[in-house]
Write a protein that binds this ligand. Structure first.
Ligand code: OGA
Ligand code: MN
Length: 296
């Protein structure tokens, strides 16, 4: 399987398009070790012309670790877990209205973030599969927090290694709409504390750990914290660190949340857009423990 793989860089600093690999055929024994190696090294992997069913998508995600289920608390025992959709398409047809909470929630995805930093266990990866794509806009952008960390002067790196930030789901939603932020589903989890730098336990490489979900920086006032978070996000998302992906049906894009920030971009909201998204949770082997600060 390995010999047929070809790589094309997505940017000079991170990401590759991988061709010659059928993701539906990868298994623990065949192909996963090579896929995981590419993931660790390149931070973001793009595959085109794939045809993954939901079951293939779930099998692929499960190779990386436990599949995240934010609705686990409301499932019946043994109930099948569907693949979550990032979509503006309504079950009965048509697209959600501009002022619908669902649409506003999609807008919050357009703020730079790392997935699930507001959960007790954040995500290692998100595997996105393009189901319905738009004619214009609707890109997904990735930014290398690893390259952004590498380029900081040593004293700022040291300061960041000692920094702890507090993350909450409602924080990112409040940046779009205070009303949206009040919905119960954004208050299911208490604030989470994470270090501002995450190290890859395999390679030792460090990435900046910041997101639109960041509510506060420990040791700083609210205003200082907000400025610190904005400056850090601004540093990480400079053009030299960014890959902007224009979707085609059949694309599969996955990234290492320890090394990459991401966001969606706007599209004419009357156009349908559906991405299937499976997040996999971080485990101790992926560096979860080192991300966890000592108690405040
Ligand atoms: C996500 C996400 C961005 C997009 O699925 O977690 O942030 O482009 N998606 O839809
Ligand atoms: Mn996301």
């Amino acid at each position: 399987m390995q010999s047929r793989i070809a790589l094309r860089p997505l940017t000079p600093c991170f990401g590759v398009e991988v061709s010659g690999l059928d993701l539906a055929r990868i298994s623990r024994d065949e192909g996963y070790a090579e896929l995981r190696r590419l993931f660790e090294v390149h931070s973001a992997l793009l595959f085109r012309g794939q045809s993954l069913t939901d079951a293939d998508h779930q099998r692929l995600a499960a190779l990386f670790g436990p599949i995240e289920d934010r609705e686990a608390d409301s499932r019946k025992p043994g109930e099948a877990v569907p693949v979550p959709l990032v979509s503006n398409v309504k079950a009965e047809g048509g697209v959600t209205a501009a002022d619908d909470p669902h649409t506003l929630n999609l807008k919050a995805n357009m703020l730079w973030h790392i997935d699930s930093t507001f959960l007790p266990v954040p995500a290692l990866t998100n595997i996105l599969v393009a189901r319905v794509v738009t004619a214009e806009g609707g890109r997904t952008e990735l930014a290398s927090t690893r390259a952004a960390f590498r380029d900081l002067p040593p004293e700022r790196q040291d300061r960041l290694r000692r920094t702890v930030m507090r993350h909450h789901y409602a924080t990112s939603r409040a940046r779009i709409s205070p009303e949206l932020a009040k919905l119960p589903r954004f208050h299911k989890w208490p604030e989470q504390r994470w270090r501002a730098v995450i190290a890859n336990p395999t390679t030792g490489e460090e990435g900046i750990y910041v997101a639109s979900h960041c509510r506060a920086v420990e040791g700083l006032s609210e205003a200082e914290g907000a400025a610190f978070i904005a400056a850090l996000l601004g540093h990480c998302t400079q053009p030299q660190y960014v890959y902007s992906h224009a979707w085609q049906v059949g694309d599969v894009l996955l990234w290492d949340q320890r090394a990459v920030l991401h966001r969606g971009t706007p599209w004419p909201y009357n156009q349908p857009r559906t991405l299937a998204s499976l997040c996999v949770s971080l485990t101790a082997a992926d560096g979860l423990r080192a991300l966890t600060p000592p108690p405040a």
